[in-house]
Design a protein around this ligand. Structure first.
Ligand code: SAH
Ligand code: SF4
Length: 359
């Protein structure tokens, strides 16, 4: 059994631990500041803590839940970080400097894309994260720790957070909510809930549950097909939660939240890029007042799908626009660094023999 990470403690849990260790309660504020605000790299750096307390902390907790092992930079300054977890597994996060004009208004914001699981059980046919199946959930410290580490590594604040990395965040809802507490908490990372976007492949019961959550978190739906026929070819989850049930849950979401929903739609040649799909997608988007984010398919090693021509992508977008739907065609960011999440970790774990893609 390895030690837990200090970052897995909520402020209340830290206070309780200090009380049980016979330490005064004001130490909690000092420790939280060192960890989350000053982003201390070691216990030794926590200069206003007595040496005995630093030793007690070190004996009980790892300082961080993850260790940075590698950074991949791309020409457009998108950076991808690879992190090793305490059990030797890997996750990745992508820091995107200029906002792709989707999750906020300003263009000088930094968006971080974080992972919520190691691998993914949902097996979408176009996705690198699902390729090697599901390994495990990330805990709250491993999720929030990606933000902490990205800020530490870049020396900059993260303004926007999207849960679009590896894994299905709504299949790990308890840990996700605990992480969100750390990310938005006044004593921890202090990021506004409105700057958080959770992306889901469409887990209907959890969408309803999250709709009742008091914070104004944003939601993006990975739709990728406007009809059951097209969607279930590439997303097995559609057999469990077909399009109509998904949209009922989104109506419910809208009844509880006042932030616009986003529909994500990867364009894959000859799979989901027909004009008829665009027309049906436009009707769906209008009904739930959603904006649409079109993403030309990002090539994944080992998968045979192709990205449609730019002309065809634009034509798809124009059908949406002409129907009065706000639609953006995402310009590629980080295409040269395997930015489709899951690919870097897949390479690393395959190289180390932790997973095998053969057979
Ligand atoms: N499981 C969640 C969040 C992680 S996937 C979900 O599916 O929404 C985050 C986004 O990356 C999704 O919209 C997903 O469809 C997209 N994605 C996965 N593989 C991709 C690829 N090869 N090219 C472009 N986008 C991809
Ligand atoms: Fe999982 Fe999302 Fe990838 Fe589907 S797209 S396999 S749900 S990470």
């Amino acid at each position: 059994m390895t030690k837990p990470a200090l970052t897995s403690l909520s402020p209340d849990a830290l206070a309780a631990w200090l009380a049980s260790a016979g330490e005064p309660s004001f130490r909690a504020t000092q420790i939280l500041e060192w960890v989350w605000k000053k982003k201390a790299a070691s216990y030794e750096a926590m200069s206003n803590l007595p040496a005995a307390l630093r030793e007690k902390l070190a004996a009980s907790f790892h300082l961080a839940a993850l260790e940075h092992t590698h950074t991949q930079g791309s020409a457009d300054t998108t950076r991808k970080f690879l992190f090793r977890l305490l059990d030797g597994r890997y996750v990745e996060s992508v820091l995107i400097p200029a906002n792709p004009a989707l999750y906020g208004e300003s263009s000088d914001r930094r968006t971080l894309c974080v992972s919520s699981q190691v691998g993914c059980a949902y097996g979408c046919k176009f996705c690198a994260s699902g390729l090697a199946g599901f390994t495990r959930n990330l805990d709250a410290a491993e999720i929030a720790g990606q933000v902490l580490a990205a800020e530490q590594l870049s020396g900059e604040r993260v303004d926007n957070l999207v849960f679009m990395g590896m894994g299905e965040p709504l299949a790990n809802l308890d840990n996700l909510l605990a992480a969100i507490e750390l990310i938005t908490g006044g004593k921890t990372l202090r990021l506004g809930a409105r700057h958080l976007t959770i992306s889901t492949s469409g887990l209907v019961p959890q969408i309803r549950q999250l709709a009742e959550h008091p914070q104004q978190i944003r939601l993006a739906i990975s739709l990728h097909g406007a009809t059951d026929e097209v969607r279930q070819q590439i997303m097995p989850i559609n057999r469990k939660w077909p399009v109509a049930e998904l949209f009922d849950a989104l109506d419910f979401w809208n009844s509880r939240k006042n932030q616009k929903l986003t529909l994500e739609y990867i364009l894959i040649e000859n799979v989901n890029d027909a004009p008829e799909q665009a027309a049906i997608l436009a009707r769906h988007a209008r009904r739930i007042h959603a904006k649409v984010n079109l993403i030309p398919y990002n090539t994944v090693e080992g998968l045979a799908w192709k990205r449609p021509s730019y002309t065809r992508c634009r034509a798809f977008r124009d059908i949406l626009k002409n129907a009065g739907v706000s639609a953006t065609l995402r310009l590629e960011k980080g295409g040269d660094i395997d930015a489709a999440c899951g690919q870097l970790r897949l390479k690393q774990e395959t190289a180390e023999g932790i997973i095998s893609l053969a057979g």
